[in-house]
Design a protein around this ligand. Structure first.
Ligand SMILES: Cc1ncc(COP(=O)(O)O)c(C=O)c1O
Length: 320
């Protein structure tokens, strides 16, 4: 059996050698290389059709081929350059004109829309123009890179320190360990406060299925936070004065509660919740308490200074 196999192999070798002797050695060398190369191109083509579809692949191939015709590429480049020149010439001014025109159809909000923009007056004068100028100086910055944008980092630190001082950081019950960061507005501030509370309570008490309790009057940012950070939201009706109902909130507290919320004042009614009582309640259960001061943070401290009877709302209130 073995002899027959060996003899067949010898016959095959003799036949192959005699057959291949009809070809040049170079042709014999190039043939497999060319076959491999063609197979590789076919494979890439199949992948291209698979990824992009047959029609776009054929179109792409046609366009690339047309561009290779002498003169076509030069023509396309010249057309592209024309567009660039047009952009340089004055598309900027045209865009600004168009924006101005469209903006003129917007609602006139100055001093007329509650909870919208908190300064009045003309957008091109006084405090507005000062703010616009300062903001435009730093419009093209990325505060993540504090080593590059040092002024922004310094501004942030100063704003945090000033805000903390305004809200009672010097008061003993603040604990003296206030920290913060700049956000894009009230909503982001609320999101970060809720996330911090959730993480803090997970570390402190190991709460893995967090819940938070908010009065019905709390801002919708808390609903967003609950969805973003996977927190069960318990919404409690306000009392007859439209304030957070402390007793009703107490009834909702359980072992998974990470946070209680109060507003000073709240978004829908402009009414201040009983912050001190809510703070005491949260403290007695060892849970976090967040006061939404988006509306009142930069008003109430000055109202206090002016002698208005404002109940405690800031870091002077005891809390976690
Ligand atoms: C009490 C209160 N909380 C939260 C917010 C949300 O702030 P922003 O619109 O800047 O996200 C507002 C906005 O008016 C507010 O009044």
């Amino acid at each position: 059996m073995m002899d027959r196999i060996i003899s067949s192999l010898i016959d095959f070798r003799a036949f192959a050698n005699s057959f291949l002797s009809n070809y040049e050695p170079l042709a014999l060398l190039l043939a497999p290389l060319l076959t491999l190369f063609t197979a590789r191109i076919l494979q890439s083509l199949c992948l291209l059709v698979h990824d992009n579809g047959l029609k776009p692949t054929i179109l792409g191939f046609l366009i690339t081929s047309i561009k290779m015709v002498p003169g076509v590429k030069g023509y396309i480049d010249a057309e592209k350059q024309k567009v660039v020149e047009k952009l340089k010439e004055g598309l900027g001014a045209a865009v600004i004109e168009k924006l101005k025109q469209e903006k003129s159809n917007d609602v006139v909000w100055q001093g007329k829309c509650s909870g919208t923009v908190y300064i009045g007056g003309s957008e091109s004068e006084g405090h507005f123009s000062l703010i616009n100028e300062a903001c435009s100086m730093f419009a093209h910055t990325n505060p993540l890179h504090m080593d590059v944008f040092q002024t922004i980092a310094q501004c942030e630190a100063e704003v945090v320190a000033m805000t903390a001082a305004l809200l009672g950081s010097k008061n003993k019950s603040s604990g003296g360990e206030i920290c913060g960061n700049m956000t894009s507005g009230g909503t982001e501030s609320i999101l970060l406060a809720v996330k911090s509370s959730r993480d803090y309570m997970k570390a402190k008490k190991g709460i893995k299925r967090p819940e938070m309790i908010i009065p019905e009057s709390a801002h919708s940012a808390y609903d967003k936070a609950a969805q973003y950070f996977n927190i069960k939201l318990r919404r409690v009706p306000v009392n007859k004065n439209f304030q957070a109902d402390v007793k009703a909130i107490r009834q909702q507290i359980n072992k998974n509660t990470v946070l209680i919320v109060g507003s000073a004042p709240g978004f829908p009614h402009g009414i201040i919740d009983p912050i001190e009582e809510l703070g005491e309640l949260a403290y007695s259960y060892g849970i976090c308490f967040h006061v939404d001061l988006c509306l009142g943070g930069f008003v109430l401290p000055f109202a206090c200074k002016l002698g208005y009877p404002i109940p405690p709302f800031d870091f002077s209130v005891k809390g976690e």
